[in-house]
Design a protein around this ligand. Structure first.
Ligand code: 1HE
Length: 269
């Protein structure tokens, strides 16, 4: 870890910052299937609050063990016997973490495997790109556990797959996996090999974009989804005014003009 980041001390996350600006973040409670306890949520808040200001150009979010994330720490929740207000405040910390992630302006590529369930799916759905492997499966078991989503699924999962599919998942415990999970929109990529390798490849590619451009892609689009079309068009023009005239873009435009820049071809990517 580079010296500038030495102050970031995590217990439940592992952070590896690479020379090219790609930060690899690993959920690191494999014995608990990376269930999200309150402490892990605080670490995610700190991480996603800090990364945009500390030179992260792209991030891979991965997990130790066979499962990406088992969602809310049900044992902690059981033992804490929380009041409604306590749980509401906890959910607001989840929202703080996942909003920082989605709106922070740094691309986050989630490398999924095994269970991506409950709050684990809420976490994954705050990433900008999701890569599934052959073991990955998605579920919202809250309905069966006597619970409800509290980490943004009503917003992000419904956005990814539509309201009707989300309601079905919660009512019936339906599990999506394989190509069907891709087809309904739970992930954008499915690989036979390592989802981490693919996520790292995608993050490395994204990290080569100009940071201000990535900021717009990984912040403005989400904000604009929350606006009326009229206001979104205005905001888009303002963002494009700033991004499309950035001095750093001139070199790339010049390379296109003098025909040294790569052309868009059907077999790219
Ligand atoms: C946990 C959790 C957890 C595992 N909280 N400790 N989420 C769920 O309903 C998913 C619950 N978990 C499972 O269904 C399974 O554990 C898995 C499919 C993820 C993995 O199965 P498996 O057979 O590999 O592991 P396991 O034997 O079930 O669990 C291994 C250990 O992880 C065990 O602890 P141990 O100390 O007895 O060894 C489990 O207790 C622990 N563990 N999952 C706490 N979730 C903001 S609201 C969000 C709402 C929700 O997310 S609801 C939660 C939905």
């Amino acid at each position: 870890m580079s010296s500038v980041l030495n102050f970031l001390r995590f217990t439940n996350l592992d952070l590896d910052t690479r020379e090219d600006g790609v930060w690899v973040v690993t959920l690191n409670r494999p014995a608990k299937r990376n269930a999200l306890d309150a402490a892990t949520i605080e670490e995610l808040v700190e991480l996603f609050s800090t990364a945009p200001r500390r030179g992260a150009r792209a991030m891979v979010l991965t997990a130790a063990g066979d499962h990406f994330c088992a969602g809310l720490d049900l044992i902690e929740h059981h033992d804490a016997d929380r009041s409604p207000a306590d749980f509401m405040h906890l959910c607001m910390r989840w929202h703080e973490a996942f909003n920082k992630m989605e709106y922070g302006g740094v691309p986050v590529i989630a490398a999924l495997k095994g269970a991506v369930v409950g709050g684990g799916l809420e976490l994954a759905s705050a990433a900008h790109v999701r890569v599934a492997d052959a073991t990955t499966y998605f579920a919202l078991p809250e309905g069966q556990r006597g619970l409800f989503t509290g980490g943004g699924a009503t917003i992000r999962v419904a956005d990814l797959i539509g309201k009707a599919r989300m309601i079905d998942m919660m009512l019936t415990g339906r599990v999506y996996h394989g190509q069907e999970a891709i087809d309904v929109g739970l992930a954008q990529y499915r690989v036979e090999g390592s989802s981490f390798d693919k996520a790292l490849e995608l993050a490395t590619r994204a990290a080569a974009n100009l940071p201000l451009t990535n900021f717009a892609i990984c912040s403005a689009i989400s904000h604009m989804q929350n606006m009326s079309s009229f206001d979104a068009a205005y905001a888009e023009a303002v963002v494009a005014g700033v991004v499309n005239t950035q001095p750093a873009a001139r070199e790339r435009l010049a390379a296109f003009a003098d025909k040294t820049a790569a052309r868009v071809r059907p077999n790219a990517g």
